[in-house]
Design a protein around this ligand. Structure first.
Ligand code: F6P
Length: 413
């Protein structure tokens, strides 16, 4: 049977595309490093789809950077085996937090990765003919990627962390899902706390940044938010509880960021892990006990822990992660190695990884979110009562008005 004209055209185009793919076959590597978070699979899917349409083979390295060194662990990813993972939590590639490649100790301490290990990874990448390696990770993982780059491995970074503490990007994927989880927890604690007239303390993650506590605290109607960026005292926290009692509210919700320091400056840590990276946690329990002792009210603590990292990504995170996946391939195409994709609304752009890991993005105590929270009556434990959060703008506005009036008078209006 003779083929129709349109079929012939389609077949010809298909053959042309296939021969293009054969001649220009290139490979992209991808890995997911550090603590997992919702949206990793959405990035992988976005990357694989984009790369496949452009004719790339995609090599997915397993267990983060660990998969690059011997014993080499990878799988070939295609549209078929990454289908249906957009809304799945976790990562189909597995992840390792630190491991042999650990390149950070604390907030700013950097560790030099073993040269033999880097050489081994480089050799494996060259043998697999990888044109660009997309490293999906947070600050610690991108510090590893930077060392790979400095050793001649062509890397591209994708910002991932529930902590949202990477500078240069307004959002890392995973953050919105973590806030959704913490907000849901606060909604639940709200009803039980009010039924029993208790103080409920919710300890959330975030490492040395208070973003999760701040945003979920506002979204979940928290009464007190304790974050690393704002020094606080027990006296001020108790004053807020008393204030609420005087207003007829017998319950209080306190949101505590795991990285907030105790008054006096002590960080509460659980234990030390590989490469002396500390695991934070325990502040919530201390806060609850102290409130109970000082005030004689019933105070309980809930630690949200890894729940914030599990489950399906929010629609925002799915969309962001998919964009990151697609744009990471664009950066490989444009040979912009050593850059990390960024999202500063409304644009997805990029920046040198070395700049992105230079410093952590933390909450500005004078920033609009904190000011708004204070205006809503949320206490941060830094004052004993409500203080006008807008004095500066009030003074400025008054000065502006006076300037305008003077100018009007001078102009004879
Ligand atoms: O960086 C993400 C994060 O979840 C932090 O908020 C938390 O402090 C840390 O990882 C926990 O890491 P791990 O899973 O190794 O305990």
């Amino acid at each position: 049977m003779a083929a129709s004209r349109s079929n012939l055209t389609t077949n010809k185009a298909h053959t042309q595309q296939q021969s293009y793919m054969k001649k220009n076959r290139r490979s992209i590597g991808v890995l997911t490093s550090g603590g997992d978070c919702p949206g990793l699979n959405a990035v992988i899917r976005g990357l694989v789809k984009t790369a496949s349409y452009l004719g790339y083979r995609v090599v997915g390295f397993e267990l983060g950077f660990e998969g690059l060194a011997n014993p080499l662990r990878y799988q070939i990813l295609d549209m078929k085996n990454t289908s249906g993972i957009l809304n799945q939590g976790g990562t189909i590639l597995g992840a390792t937090n630190k491991g042999r490649f650990g390149a950070t100790k604390g907030i700013s301490d950097r560790i030099v990765i073993e040269p033999a290990l880097l050489a081994e990874a480089k050799k494996n990448i060259e043998e697999l003919e990888i044109d660009g390696l997309v490293c999906i990770g947070g600050d610690g993982s991108l510090a590893i990627a930077q060392q790979l780059l400095e050793n001649g491995i062509p890397v591209i970074g994708v910002p991932k962390t529930i902590d949202n503490d990477l500078s240069s990007t307004a959002f890392s994927f995973g953050f919105d899902s973590a806030i959704a989880c913490a907000t849901d927890a606060l909604d639940r604690l709200h009803t039980t706390a009010s039924s029993h007239g208790r103080v409920m303390v919710l300890e959330v993650m975030g490492r040395h940044a208070g973003w999760i506590a701040l945003h979920s605290g506002i979204a979940g109607g928290g009464d007190v938010i304790l974050i690393p960026e704002i020094p606080w005292t027990f006296e001020n926290v108790c004053a807020k509880i008393v204030h609420r009692q005087n207003m007829g509210k017998q319950f209080t919700l306190v949101v505590v960021a795991e990285g907030a320091e105790l008054p006096g400056g002590t960080l509460v840590v659980q234990e030390s892990v590989i490469n002396a990276q500390v695991r934070l946690g325990g502040l919530g329990e201390i806060v609850a006990k102290e409130i109970q002792t000082r005030m004689g009210v019933e105070a309980q603590c809930v630690v949200l822990g890894q729940l914030q990292r599990g489950g399906s990504p929010t629609p925002f995170d799915r969309a962001l992660a998919s964009q990151y996946g697609a744009h990471s391939v664009r950066l490989v195409e444009e040979e912009r190695f050593g850059e990390m994709v960024t999202y500063n609304p409304p644009h997805v752009g990029s920046i040198a990884i070395s700049k992105a890991i230079h410093r952590l993005s933390t909450v500005d105590p004078q920033g609009s979110a904190v000011v708004a929270a204070k205006a809503l009556g949320i206490a941060f434990g830094d004052t004993s009562g409500y203080t006008n959060p807008f004095p500066q703008s009030h003074v400025l506005a008054k000065a502006e008005a006076e300037k305008y009036n003077r100018a009007s008078m001078n102009s004879g209006l």
